[in-house]
Design a protein around this ligand. Structure first.
Ligand code: ADP
Length: 299
């Protein structure tokens, strides 16, 4: 059903109550490791919701890359077109988590940067009806859009902060004609140069030429605009344990319902429920299966 293009990382979470000074050593209170990277997280979330998913990205020729690919395969994600980049390490993100929940991230993009537009060839996309782009790299977005047009696939984009930082003029040109654009409220405010999310969403709804604009609002839910209606749904009230990957899970669930032809409210509600389940569990890949989301909505 879906090809997901973008980053794959190995995430290392270290819980620390203080940061080391120069030549100092601090004790790590807790350790968690697991797969990450927005496009890879999306792939796992979409596969668990029942979609057939191919992931296109890049790893280095190292054990972490092998481990990451094995994890994706075990989730049923097709990784046969993942690029192996020689002489560089697979992407790694180290997250320092303070006991009060504040996070500090160190990102090594490594092999992810080895994925180039030339790697996005049409035969890797044939037979799929949707392309999800979880990348802020405009050259990859533009190439994937061309391919989508040729094979008649729909396109969604989650460009993250990297894309929002490029400014409204560039983003307007890049997203033009895309079916679904996802962003969180931080990115929306940055892009619209606005302090409150409402004004930001209204401005972006006017400025961006896309079929559906979806802005996630963390514990306040999400809002979507489909060219006619601007709809908001509240988040489910629960104790959030870890919001890493919540946006990726949300996007996967939204796309799953989009491909089933559901209406705007149903898409938002289902995605909101899937992301709510995700935030109650640690790790970027702790997204729910389809049946879990249905049970959650019925409860
Ligand atoms: P990102 O992870 O991309 O920054 P958000 O923080 O906006 O994205 O979260 C994405 C979605 O996850 C939200 O729209 C909501 O559905 C869900 N979510 C996030 N935080 C919470 C929370 N504290 N309680 C319930 N749902 C949440």
């Amino acid at each position: 059903d879906v090809v997901s293009v973008g980053n794959l990382n190995f995430d290392i979470y270290l819980k620390v109550s203080e940061l080391p000074g120069p030549d100092e050593n601090v004790e790590v209170l807790d350790l968690y490791t697991g797969g990450g990277g927005s496009a890879a997280n999306f792939s796992v979330a979409a596969a668990r919701l029942g979609l057939g998913v191919r992931f296109i990205g890049a790893v280095g020729e190292d054990p972490l890359g092998e481990l990451s690919l094995r994890e994706l395969r075990s989730e049923g994600v097709d990784v046969s077109y993942v690029k192996r980049v020689a002489g560089v390490r697979s992407g790694v993100v180290i997250v320092l988590v303070h006991p009060d929940g504040v996070k500090r991230m160190l990102s090594y993009r490594g092999a992810n940067l080895g994925l180039s537009p030339a790697d996005l060839t049409i035969e890797k996309f044939r037979g799929f009806r949707h392309i999800h782009l979880a990348t802020g790299r405009t050259e990859l977005i533009l190439k994937a859009k061309e391919i989508a047009k040729e094979i008649g696939a729909t396109v969604s984009l989650d460009g993250g902060t990297a894309l929002a930082k490029k400014g409204l003029d560039i983003v307007k040109a890049v997203v033009n004609g895309i079916d679904i654009v996802f962003m969180n409220q931080v990115e929306a405010k940055l892009l619209a140069n606005s302090h409150d999310h409402k004004t930001a969403v209204e401005k972006l709804a006017k400025e961006l030429s896309v079929r559906e604009l979806v802005v996630t609002l963390g514990p306040r839910g999400a809002v979507a605009f489909d060219g006619r209606r601007l709809l908001h749904v509240d988040a489910f009230k629960l104790d959030a344990v870890d919001t890493t990957g919540a946006g990726d899970c949300f996007a996967a669930a939204y796309v799953a319902m989009y491909l089933r032809g559901r209406d705007l409210y149903e898409k938002l509600l289902f995605a909101n429920a899937a992301a709510a389940i995700k935030v109650t569990r640690p790790g970027a890949r702790s997204s729910p299966r389809y049946s879990e989301v249905v049970a959650f909505l019925e409860s």
